[in-house]
Design a protein around this ligand. Sequence first.
Ligand SMILES: [Zn+2]
Length: 156
Amino acid sequence: MQTCKSCLKEIETSATKCSYCQSYQVWYKNPQHYSLIIMLPFLVFMFWNAGLFNKKEFSDFESEFSFNLEKIIDANKPNTILITYKVKNNTRYKWRDISYEIISKHDGELLATNSVSDFSWVIQPNSESFLTVKVPIVSNANEWELKIKDLEVKRY
Ligand SMILES: [Zn+2]
């Protein structure tokens, strides 16, 4: 024997429904909850489809990005130049939160990393976007390499 969860009267151990108050003893036996059970796979699919379960890693898409040095100009600040790269995104995702490094090709010296103004930088799927970086003038550094360290997929 078991006790009804609703009215606390003694009922058959195998009973899924109380014979006194008609209340269901297990939530999933209650027809009112059937729709929830039916909906569950759809909810899982929708979350999965929205990419919430499969986070995109930039390292898996690195080869689908390319960049060209577009122009180098003097910055208003002394001993600083502005280098503009054209970044091409060949993926079908929109990316943001760039994290990069500018390396001197001469000796591999790290010359610049992200700046605060890069926060709004976003690149649309299958398109190009310009990225301008402020680089200090260092002797022997006359060739620069842009290295993207990380990007995040923008969902909204
Ligand atoms: Zn009952």
